[in-house]
Write a protein that binds this ligand. Structure first.
Ligand SMILES: C[C@@H](O)[C@H](N)C(=O)O
Ligand SMILES: C[C@@H](O)[C@H](N)C(=O)O
Lengths: 157, 157
């Protein structure tokens, strides 16, 4: 089948931000990301899963050098939105598997997750599209993860 | 700034699946996606946000023609993993904004979310990367969303 894994990338200079217990209604996400954009904070990997009982949470990452500024913005937002909590985690890495023609997509995601499971690595966040599978893991697991995935997909490490 | 929105796509033939209250430990995601892959079910837009108290949830979409088969697999998984629930929602659309050079990324996501908020459209799920912003919305809002985003980003509708 026509799958080509073109590369595996690792980012370990980003911090995961999570704002939880926010109202799941129009205008909330735009408020958050407009204020971050106004502060010139670039964000990566925005992830929001299905909400529950009218509330939701949104996770995203920022470059560690933007963390202080992000914290100021998020503190204001927590109050403005009545969010239950805002948490930060700098001890993460984002590992991404990039491919083309992933029509055997379900199999590729399964293989990526299987390789991590074999190595007892916990998947803390997942975000995928037809061309990219990204996972958030502990920073200490990043090197082992990249090596294992290179081996699994027969890539030069 | 060097941003190019290359297109806006809509998918309204997919069903959102969410498995909630699953243990947030290695091997859980791989179990789910291996069983789906074994049943030849292709999945799209896998989203998992940060877990809480040792549990998490994973959302993903399947083509509506795969729904019956997916439900069989998920029913087994719910028991196997002791999941709190598995839910399905066919009344969704996935709208994606694809771009290149999104180094003003934070601004693009903010603009997409702002446009939806202006139109009172709720963002039910979000998944982004540097080249693609995908949102899950009510199917009935899909056409209005695509038109609004085309207009906002000066694209031919
Ligand atoms: C939670 C947040 O995404 C909300 N649903 C919104 O549309 O803004
Ligand atoms: C929830 C699920 O992703 C789990 N953390 C795993 O690694 O399999």
């Amino acid at each position: 089948e026509d799958v080509l894994i073109s590369g595996i990338a690792k980012k370990d200079n980003e911090v995961r931000v999570n704002i939880a217990g926010i109202p799941d209604k129009p205008g909330v996400a735009s408020t958050i990301f407009k204020q971050l954009a106004d502060a010139n904070i670039n964000v990566n990997m925005i992830v929001q899963s299905v909400g529950k009982e009218g509330h939701s949470q949104i996770s995203f990452t920022v470059i560690n050098t933007d963390l202080d500024e992000a914290k100021k913005v998020m503190a204001k937002l927590q109050t403005e939105l009545g969010a239950e909590s805002v948490t930060y985690d700098a001890d993460i890495a984002i590992v991404s598997v990039v491919g083309v023609g992933m029509k055997v997509y379900a199999g590729i995601a399964a293989a990526v997750f299987d390789e991590l499971a074999k190595n007892s690595i916990n998947l803390e966040m997942i975000s995928t599209s037809e061309i990219k599978i990204s996972v958030v893991i502990r920073k200490a697991d990043a090197e082992k993860t990249v090596q294992a995935l290179h081996k699994r997909f027969f890539l030069q490490a």
